[in-house]
Design a binder for this molecule. Sequence first.
Ligand SMILES: [Fe+2]
Ligand SMILES: [Fe+2]
Length: 138
Amino acid sequence: MKWNSTFAIGIEAIDKQHQEIFERLLAIENSITKRDSWHILHCFLTRLADYVKFHLAVEEALLEIIRYPDRARHRDMHERLIEQITELEDQLRKQGPAEGLVVGFFESWFVRHVLSTDREYAAYVKKEFPALVARRSA
Ligand SMILES: [Fe+2]
Ligand SMILES: [Fe+2]
């Protein structure tokens, strides 16, 4: 799978971070496909977890600054995502490399969170703070 512009939510800095997470997830998938050792796979998982935590903190700070009305619920969902990364790591450690586990995480993070919940706040930003939205090249 490749990143494409339909995944964008329209806030440039956030889209760049989502793309970076997407690529770190692909690195894990590739590592599983190549049957890398647990040591290597674990490095990729740590790289994913570190960046996801950074991204979620940035997003939460943004939602706080703009006083996004649904920010408490959004923060709760982020907590759940961090738990899911820990669960993914535990499952990969116990069950060995299984692509299905990464696909499951990808669906809950990317399809359910980025493409729906993050888009809800993006719509609010576009309406209330249009200056924060990505500039389209003329
Ligand atoms: Fe996000
Ligand atoms: Fe989010």
